[in-house]
Design a protein around this ligand. Sequence first.
Ligand SMILES: [Zn+2]
Ligand SMILES: [Zn+2]
Length: 400
Amino acid sequence: MVAEPCIGGPIFSAVTTALGKLEGVSERVELIWYGEDAPWYDHGPQHPLRPARVILTRQLIHDFVIVDGERVRETPARDATGEEVGLVHTERYIDAVRRAGHGERGPWWEFGFGPGDNPIFPGMHEASVRVVGASLMAAEAVWSGRADHAFNPAGGLHHAMPERASGFCVYDDPAVAIAWLLANGARRVAYVDVDVHHGDGPQDVFYGDPRVLTVSLHQDGRTLFPGTGFVEETGAGEAVGTKVNVPLPPGTGDGTWLWAFREVVPPLVEAFAPDVLVTQLGCDSHHSDPLANLALTTAAYRETAVALHQLAHRAAGGRWVATGGGGYQWASVVPRAWTLYFAEMAGVSIPDGLPQSWIARAVQESGHAVPTTLSEQHIGDERGPAVARSIEALKQLVFP
Ligand SMILES: [Zn+2]
Ligand SMILES: [Zn+2]
């Protein structure tokens, strides 16, 4: 098999918006690349959040020739400043992250660090400010008008709290990007989180802030980390109704998941009318993911990408900042899932068969066979009735 763009070169997708306007033909899109000049965000060889997830994703995007260097560009990331990280995190915590990553001794467990989910690693602060800086580059690209859509596959560390590391996450890059947008003139930002885990970081950081709508679809917190994200969590004070959670039972598959998404996400985001749409695109909802129990296939990611793209145009003037997130089948699922999202974002049509060059590299790095197509065999799901009940409860609580 040969890496080949569609006949006649990439075809631009034509997204017809609610206004009937044709989008996609001249849009500028950026892929933010982590770069070689910062230490990798890497908790060590035994840890599931491996840098190879991001490296193989970038490779697949390039092997499919989605980046043309003109309309669709790759932009090197920068480091976030202390002041920017401080939009969300405390000075005390940032200092602890820096010192722990430089090998100093201290009571680092107080900040969530230790063996297990959040081991301390060398250069932890330097790597983490690069992750945040990459999401800020995406936010800057979109907010300045340099690009319509931008994607940081290294980002989406949505469990980090202002003074605590959690769930593999040191600094909360989506929350910092949202805070940065607000500090730079955005009046309202919508955050949609499709990771299998609850997007608890951004929800908590903006729990009392009516300028931020957060919507998270995830596996029910009674059965999965971080144990939160119930429909009753709707925000505080003036912000009641702007924090939205769609918990889904283990085994939820494509059909039910997409139904729940369509029932909740587009109507709420459209009603909110944000200046920017920020999305966390974790793909640990895949049926083969080792850390969770939903049953999605890549068909769901393809449809979610289209739905989010249309939503960005209908509700947010096309301004779409996307990050990666979870996903622990680092060779067989993550690169395919995020390439599907990025191709949609870029309006580039790609063939189903993966380029041979990429397959060879993924096999070499992982030591096992990898899928050879973007698409997968359909799997059924029987969770519809339970999900319908929880969506009904949610609508009673948060729909205007
Ligand atoms: Zn677009
Ligand atoms: Zn996750």
